[in-house]
Design a protein around this ligand. Structure first.
Ligand code: HEM
Length: 422
């Protein structure tokens, strides 16, 4: 059946559950690069799918604000109104970001290399010794979890709490993560409201548990400061004032969530892409010096964060299309990363691709991913260590995807390690 623009539904998690709908984005790029998408809960939002449009919108924070929320979800899981850097605009954004940005520069992050390599080797040793494992839960999720727990100051043994809370916050729409099973889609206004309440309960519940946990951690750090972000935020000042408890906790939740789901899916999506392109895998295995370009290609090809939202602050025009103050726009990185005007053979996975100015970490501007250097380092070390071992990784069971239009996520990917004979 030919896909028509009026059938496009980017709000339904089912559109994404078998993998990102690249055919939909191709159609939008060709026929309606600035597309008005209806929202069953009222009104609608703009869908931007072209690379250059994402760059333009991301750079223009005066017209396209982050402070009213950054997702299309009914229940915004990142509290808006300037609480977090990701949901604030300059100049407040600049101040919040400056509190931690020095810890995330490539120079600072590269100092973690020996620690991260040790973590990677422990994870791979354990997985290979078993012969088979769920690559997502046992390797791809574990690494970023251990790294971000270390950054934040969460004790190693508590890291799975962060895993569960962040899964609930970002994956509430997935029955396994959020625990909400939708037997049949809600039809009446009452049923829709009841479902929204359910989501609110799951997300708010996880955020509250996280906050209570953090309060206990802060009490410990007040008695005994450490070199971690809990301690940093306790003493941080903006314009001569300390952050409020809510502000401190919001920064923590943001970093815990942002540093977790994203890198996890870069690693699992990257491995899946390699196994689906055996000639690229062999090329890389035979020349690990290609790792830097390979990781960039994984970022482009997977695009772990599929979109970000902004809100129009003043009447404007985009590609000749009028937009009104208050309109929501969504910027689809997953589409811009396959824009045929920018990337030759956009659907091919080419580990040597150069240039590769993808927008997986954002399309520029002040919100460009703070954790980019960290995510790159984690992925590089993981694939260097994995591919330097004499094992072929085979996928031996169904790849279960997350039901989400925000994160291009894989929940489970059973693999077997087969010893190479050479
Ligand atoms: C592959 C992994 C990752 C991807 C694909 C990714 C993607 C993104 C994207 C698309 C944005 C929004 C950019 C924009 O709105 O212009 C963002 C922002 C952000 N990311 Fe990442 N991210 C990743 C890893 C990380 C890690 C490891 C951390 C940290 C610990 C992190 C922390 C953040 C923060 C704090 C922001 C908000 C920055 C701001 O508003 O100034 N991210 N990321």
């Amino acid at each position: 059946m030919t896909l028509r623009l009026q059938d496009v539904d980017l709000l339904d998690g089912d559109t994404f559950v078998k993998g990102p709908p690249h055919h939909i984005f191709r159609l939008l790029r060709q026929e309606a690069p600035v597309f008005w998408h209806r929202d069953p809960e009222g009104g609608g939002f703009w869908v931007l799918t072209k690379y250059e449009d994402l760059v333009q919108a991301s750079m223009d924070t005066a017209t396209f604000s982050s402070a009213k929320g950054i997702t299309l979800a009914t229940m915004e899981f990142f509290p808006s109104q300037n609480l977090m850097m990701i949901t604030s605009d300059p100049p407040w954004h600049t101040k919040l970001r400056r509190l931690v940005s020095t810890g995330f520069t490539p120079r600072m992050v590269n100092r973690l290399e020996p620690d991260i390599r040790r973590m990677v080797n422990q994870l791979l040793d354990a997985a290979i010794a078993k012969g088979e494992c769920d690559f997502v839960t046992e390797v791809a999720a574990e690494l970023p979890l251990q790294v971000i727990a270390r950054f934040l100051g969460v004790p190693h043994e508590d890291r799975h709490k962060i895993f569960q809370w962040s899964n609930k916050i970002l994956g509430a729409g997935d029955p396994e993560y959020g625990g909400i099973v939708i037997e049949k889609p809600p039809e009446t206004e009452e049923e829709i409201q009841a479902l929204i309440e359910e989501f609110r309960r799951v997300i708010a519940g996880a955020a509250m548990e996280m906050a209570a946990y953090l309060s206990r951690l802060e009490e410990e750090r007040l008695r005994e400061p450490k070199e971690d972000l809990v301690t940093t935020y306790l003493h941080a000042e903006v314009d001569g004032e300390k952050l409020s408890t809510l502000e401190r906790h919001a920064q923590f939740v943001l970093l815990a969530v942002a540093g977790n789901e994203t890198t996890r899916n870069l690693i699992s999506g990257g491995l899946l892409a390699l196994t689906e392109h055996p000639e690229q895998l062999e090329l890389l295995r035979n020349d690990l010096s290609l790792m830097a370009t390979a990781v960039e290609e994984m970022l482009r090809y997977v695009s772990p964060v599929m979109y970000m939202r902004r809100t129009v602050t003043r009447d404007t025009e985009f590609r000749g299309v009028p937009m009104k103050a208050g309109d929501r726009i969504s910027m689809w990185y997953i589409s811009a990363n396959r824009d045929e005007d920018v990337f030759p053979e956009p659907d091919a996975f080419i580990v040597t691709r150069q240039p590769n100015d993808h927008v997986a970490f954002g399309a520029g501007g002040p919100h460009f991913c703070l954790g980019a250097a960290l995510a790159r380092l984690e992925a590089r070390i993981l694939f260097e260590e994995l591919l330097s071992r004499p094992y072929q990784v085979e996928i031996i069971g169904p790849v279960e995807r997350m039901r989400s239009n925000f994160i291009n996520g894989i929940k489970h990917m059973p693999v077997r390690f087969r010893r190479l004979s050479r």
